[in-house]
Design a protein around this ligand. Structure first.
Ligand code: SAH
Ligand code: SF4
Length: 368
């Protein structure tokens, strides 16, 4: 019984698609004519009203709530700490049922407010400039754990009132982990996030960032059609092999071919480019980037390198970043410089590494 084996994750009903939930209801003895209604009711409680437990689902019969609690045990992740930045950014540390932790970040802007969510504890990859890549503990998050991040953020933001303007308008999958190495769970979670009867954030407001898991890009295009962001960071395979080691498996030409084939609905695909002083930030690099992106609807997000304790790179100077951006702009590519947000709480891109692990390391260092 697949639905029951999934309950081992302690995610309760969160993250289950409608057919799986209906299957559980069948096993719980709900008569066939009620199954569809009960499924929608539970989805409504979870994704429109933010129910924290079965007990909160007051219009379900108590006997059904009791049966579900046995069949689909539900131990929600909890917010173990929350930091507010002076600029409105919020960073949460979320503790999962097994005690592991991930981070997520809320970034309000003038016309949108995005939640940056994680897909793995740590990351399977080890890009040299990224803090998450140095984490030792790695596991995939379940679909339920990915969706719960959105639910927890909406709790903090008090964003469950459908009549009020939304406080969370976008989802960016740019937190900890490589989303396309946890593809099945990510897909299940994003389908719920993008479903009108689920969280209801349109696919145009969901951005999936990948370091370049080429075979999965086509699948994501077929299954999800969300917006795509590619962590490019270098214009030659030699350099990209060093910075983003997955490039050794799927080099730049293959990556760009996958991007060309992606159904981007005429919109630009975003390329992320971290600005590392003296490493990838020369005028020649900018011109080579223009060459790579020729004939391609591409926008380049220039990300000032965010240092973290122990990192060995430096961020390019603002003059250098501006000069680089200008070459791209002249070639017709929008190239906004991403303003670092939440710097005071180490919430910026590539800085996510759970405090719990930092503390453990510090303790270990102190003891040595
Ligand atoms: N694993 C995915 C998504 C998470 S990383 C990916 O790599 O795309 C989100 C973005 O932050 C990526 O573009 C990543 O390369 C970038 N990044 C990582 N470390 C950074 C740092 N220290 N400073 C600036 N950007 C960084
Ligand atoms: Fe993983 Fe992305 Fe960081 Fe690379 S940049 S280590 S893929 S989270």
């Amino acid at each position: 019984m697949p639905a029951l084996s999934r309950s081992a994750s302690l995610d309760g009903p969160v993250g289950l698609d409608r057919p799986s939930l209906t299957q559980v209801l069948t096993e719980a003895g709900v008569p066939e004519r009620q199954q569809r209604m009960r499924t929608s009711q539970i989805w409504g409680w979870l994704y429109k009203r933010g129910a924290p437990s079965y007990d909160a689902m007051t219009d379900l019969p108590a006997s059904l709530r009791d049966a579900l609690a046995v069949m689909l045990p539900w131990q929600r992740p909890v917010v173990s700490s929350l930091q507010n930045s002076a600029d409105g950014t919020i960073k949460w540390l979320v503790r999962l049922a097994d005690g592991r932790e991930v981070e997520m970040v809320y970034i309000p802007e003038e016309d949108r407010a995005a939640l940056c969510i994680s897909t793995q504890v740590g990351c399977t990859l080890a890009c040299t400039f990224c803090h998450t890549g140095t984490m030792k503990l790695v596991r995939n998050l379940t679909a339920g754990e990915i969706v719960e991040q959105v639910r927890l953020a909406k709790d903090t933001l008090a964003d469950w009132d459908d009549r009020a303007p939304r406080k969370l308008t976008n989802i960016v999958v740019m937190g900890m982990g490589e989303p396309l190495f946890n593809y099945e769970n990510l897909r299940a979670a994003l389908r719920i996030a993008m479903d009108g009867e689920g969280i209801g954030i349109s696919r145009r407001r969901v951005t999936l960032s990948t370091s370049g898991v080429v075979p999965r890009i086509a699948e994501a295009g077929a299954d999800l059609r969300s917006r795509l962001a590619i962590s490019l960071h270098a214009v030659t395979d030699d350099l990209r092999d060093d910075l983003v080691p997955i490039n050794r498996k799927w080099p730049i030409a293959e990556l760009l071919a996958a991007c060309r084939a992606y159904p981007h609905d005429g919109r630009a695909i975003t390329f992320e480019y971290v600005m590392l002083a003296g490493v990838n930030d020369s005028d020649a690099d900018a011109r080579a980037l223009v060459g790579l992106l020729k004939g391609f609807p591409a926008k380049v997000n220039l990300i000032p390198f965010n240092p973290w304790p122990g990192s060995s790179y430096q961020c390019s100077s603002w003059r250098r970043i501006e000069a680089f951006a200008q070459i791209l702009e002249r070639a017709g590519h929008a190239s906004p410089v991403r303003t670092p947000r939440g710097r005071d709480i180490l919430a910026a891109c590539g800085q996510l590494k759970t405090a719990s692990e930092r503390t453990r390391k510090t303790v270990a260092a102190g003891a040595a």
